[in-house]
Design a protein around this ligand. Structure first.
Ligand code: SF4
Ligand code: SF4
Ligand code: SF4
Length: 584
């Protein structure tokens, strides 16, 4: 049982795309970019729902945190090499644009040095598939049922999952990858470990079919591995002359570009009823129209990636799409011009394929259920629905449906959460007994709460945009703005307002603000002053008593002698005690 077969057997295609929770910053960009909304947000983290996912790989490319990780099947390949198995690598025809500076022979040499038994171009099999499509195209009659090419696994996924009525329109032909895997086994033996390398993520799941490919790796993964091999670096400086042994692939090398399947068979002028579409949105739009019989061409070449496989999600190789496209076409033309006549299908490989309808079953909520959910995020009528897309859904209703289906959370509504947080903060600020005031670096008041008016508003108007200097001396605020120091617990008396305050002044440089929380401690301060006064009076009284006592003592000194000195000492101790407890 091979690695991929084992995965399929266990129904474990989930791992093709994983989301690393720790990296996920719940920005919802993947939700926004997913054309079929196959990403659920749970407790703020994104997760791919495998039965909805068409493996287009868009979310992997879009995630700004690299939280989406594609399965890497390089390890099973390396294990097969180390176990001494025959390992043959099938290189997708777009390789010429994915490894600029490397010829097929150069790449093959690196792989052979790493222990691979042989390297071949998947285009060998694409030639045979091309011939089959040529037969279909030459036999098309007006009014025939629309035939859709099945080379792109994402196209097959879209139809099987979202337009199951169209499965009968799919050409009953296996993809070049699967055909090539069969050819390789015919040539090298049934126990050969077949590895496919290409720009596609969906092929990882497709490789399972019939246990044909044992491992599927992307060009990006292959490049990352090869970078560590000395032979690869050495080959990078060799001229990029294509290797074209006689009789090698011809039209199959056009497959990675949009229109490439049709190219050898249909002249552009004949294309009215025979069309080539590329890009997910185009595919979805055309299939929707086709399923409603609004559009019924006889033949559709469909590729999910923009520009075809050359725009695949794991293509690598840098460069602009048109540059890559030109490279592939130039290479294919050379092959067409120099290779021997188109090879006849051997008939030894079974190219047939069947499809299964796998409709995505999602429960649609009733109108009152949608309204209930909308209400929970403050949308009581259509005018409250902002349809801003911040949650990743095109409209508030689409997001409410997703909440009902367990794909989205109420808290994903950014405007609602912001207004909730703001109103919560506003309640606290508005009702605080402390004066809260925010000024910019020029001491212009930007925000303040009602307590500011209570403390400093006697006889004057306070408004946003006025200078704080008009209210009081703000040298502490200026120092905080200039030096970024926080001032905590400083007592400041404003005699003009008859108040004593305790202040905390905080710099907020990222917003160019200084915020102060000012507590009115006048009453507390007055109490402690009264207490102090009382203590002073007590001490003064005690001193008076001592003085009087001393006078009496002197008069009767002769009589009392040492007793007088003891009384004095005791009274002085009492004074010291009162002084020490009273902070005098
Ligand atoms: S794009 Fe998706 S996976 Fe990536 S950080 Fe944003 S929510 Fe998380
Ligand atoms: S691979 Fe495509 S379909 Fe699957 S979750 Fe990502 S964006 Fe959606
Ligand atoms: S167009 Fe090619 S690379 Fe893109 S999903 Fe389809 S097969 Fe894969």
């Amino acid at each position: 049982m091979t690695y991929l077969w084992k995965k399929c057997w266990e129904g474990n295609l989930i791992n093709t795309i994983l989301t690393h929770k720790v990296n996920c910053r719940d920005c919802f960009r993947c939700v926004r970019s997913c054309p079929v909304k196959a990403i659920a947000i749970n407790k703020g983290h994104a997760r791919v729902i495998e039965e909805r996912c068409i493996l287009c790989g868009r979310c992997v490319r879009e995630c700004p945190q690299q939280a989406k990780q594609v399965d890497n099947q390089l390890q099973p390949m390396l294990a097969a090499i180390s176990q001494g198995k025959r390992v043959v690598v099938s290189l997708a025809p777009s390789y010429i644009a994915a490894f600029p500076g490397h010829t097929l022979s150069g790449l093959a040499e690196c792989l052979l040095q790493a222990g691979v038994t042989a390297v071949a171009e998947t285009a060998e099999a694409a030639d045979k598939i091309s011939e089959l499509y040529g037969t279909y195209l030459q036999n098309i009659k007006p009014g025939d049922n629309t035939l859709i090419t099945s080379c792109c696994p994402v196209v097959v996924n879209i139809i099987e999952q979202y337009y199951p009525l169209l499965v009968t329109n799919l050409a009953p032909v296996i993809s070049p990858m699967l055909a090539h895997a069969k050819m390789i086994r015919n040539q090298y033996g049934p126990d050969t470990f077949v590895v496919f390398a290409g720009p596609c993520i969906a092929k990882m799941a497709e490789g399972c079919e019939g246990s044909q490919a044992d491992a599927v790796i992307t060009f990006e993964q292959l490049e990352a591995w090869l970078q560590g091999l000395p032979a690869y670096i050495h080959k990078a400086v060799s001229p990029a002359t294509p290797l074209l042994p006689p009789g090698t692939p011809g039209p199959g090398r056009y497959f990675p570009v949009s229109g490439g399947i049709l190219r050898p068979w249909v002249a552009p002028a004949d294309c009215d009823d025979i069309i080539a579409i590329d890009g997910l949105e185009n595919c979805l739009e055309v299939f929707a129209a086709l399923s409603k019989s609004e559009f019924t061409p006889t033949f559709i070449e469909a590729m999910a990636c923009t520009g075809g496989c050359v725009g695949g999600p794991a293509m690598g190789g840098g460069q602009l799409l048109p540059v890559k496209r030109n490279k592939i076409i130039t290479y294919a033309k050379m092959a067409m011009d120099t290779a021997c006549p188109y090879p006849a299908a051997t008939g030894t490989i079974d190219l047939r394929r069947q499809y299964q309808s796998r409709p995505v079953n999602a429960v649609t909520p009733a109108e009152d259920e949608i309204r209930d959910i909308l209400k929970q995020t403050g949308k009581f009528s259509a005018k409250d629905e902002k349809n801003c897309g911040a949650c990743g859904y095109d409209s508030c209703r689409a997001k409410a449906v997703a909440v009902f289906q367990g794909l989205a959370e109420l808290e994903m509504c950014v405007p609602y959460m912001r207004s909730k947080a703001e109103s919560f903060a506003n309640i606290i600020v508005e009702n605080s007994l402390n004066a809260i005031i925010a000024v910019n670096e020029k001491m212009i008041i930007k925000e303040f709460n009602p307590a500011v008016k209570r403390m400093f508003g006697a006889g004057k108007e306070i408004f946003k945009g006025m200078s704080l200097t008009e209210l009081f001396d703000c040298s502490d605020f200026i120092a905080t703005a200039q030096f970024g120091h926080k001032i905590v617990g400083k007592r400041v008396e404003y005699s003009q307002y008859g108040i004593i305050t305790e202040q905390m002044i905080i710099p907020v440089p990222e917003h160019g603000l200084v915020i102060a929380i000012i507590t009115d401690v006048t009453a507390h301060e007055q109490k402690s002053r009264e207490l102090q006064q009382m203590k002073l009076e007590t001490v003064s009284k005690a001193t008076e008593i001592i003085n009087k006592q001393m006078q009496v003592a002197q008069e009767i000194a002769g009589l009392l002698g040492e007793t007088t000195a003891e009384t004095k000492s005791a009274l002085l101790e009492m004074i010291m005690l009162i002084k020490s407890k009273g902070d005098m």
